[in-house]
Design a protein around this ligand. Structure first.
Ligand SMILES: [Zn+2]
Ligand SMILES: [Zn+2]
Length: 172
């Protein structure tokens, strides 16, 4: 398994110097309510650039995501891609309690940053397709397959049950 701790000894304290790294590694436990990263490895092409304050990490990060549709709960796969741009501050360039990533010694631990970025990039309200009709709150039928017999007079309450579930998931 590839280590996400990267040595920056060659560039640290030499503003302008940089190195490039490619990462292919699974990240476990990255999830929001209705979406989570697949066990398949994520891919990251990162440039580590030495700056006055520490090391600036930039580049694309992508991964495969498994989602449950927020309307019909069908599972489907999607891709997520995010361009990161994060400073890892070196000692002496931040207050003790400042909430930023840090250069630890001469090493960057990229894992917390990659987790944060990918978690933020996951869809909060995934839809299996833009016009997903969801399922009937009364009989449970998938309305993408056709209307059920109880769709009349339910226009206001149709989504109520699912909306409740969704609201809870989003809070958690
Ligand atoms: Zn759906
Ligand atoms: Zn129905």
């Amino acid at each position: 398994m590839q280590d996400l701790k990267v040595s920056v000894v060659e560039i640290l304290g030499r503003p302008g110097a940089n190195r490039h790294i490619s990462i292919t590694k699974p990240l476990e436990g990255v999830r929001v309510g209705l979406a989570h990263l697949e066990p398949a490895p994520i891919a990251a092409e990162l440039t580590l650039e030495s700056v006055i304050e520490g090391v600036l990490v930039t580049g694309p990060v992508s991964g495969d995501v498994r989602c449950s549709c927020a309307r019909c709960l069908t599972e489907f796969e999607a891709a997520v891609e995010v361009d990161v741009c994060e400073l890892f501050a070196s000692a002496g360039h931040l207050e003790e309690d400042e909430d930023v990533y840090r250069v630890s010694g001469e090493v960057l631990d990229l894992e917390p940053m990659l987790r944060d970025e990918l978690t933020l990039a996951l869809p909060l309200n995934p839809l299996c397709r833009d016009d997903c009709k969801g399922m009937c709150a009364r009989c449970g039928r998938e309305l993408n397959d056709g209307a059920c017999d109880c769709t009349e007079d339910t226009s206001d309450s149709r989504w109520a049950a699912l909306d409740e579930v969704r609201a809870k998931l989003e809070q958690g």
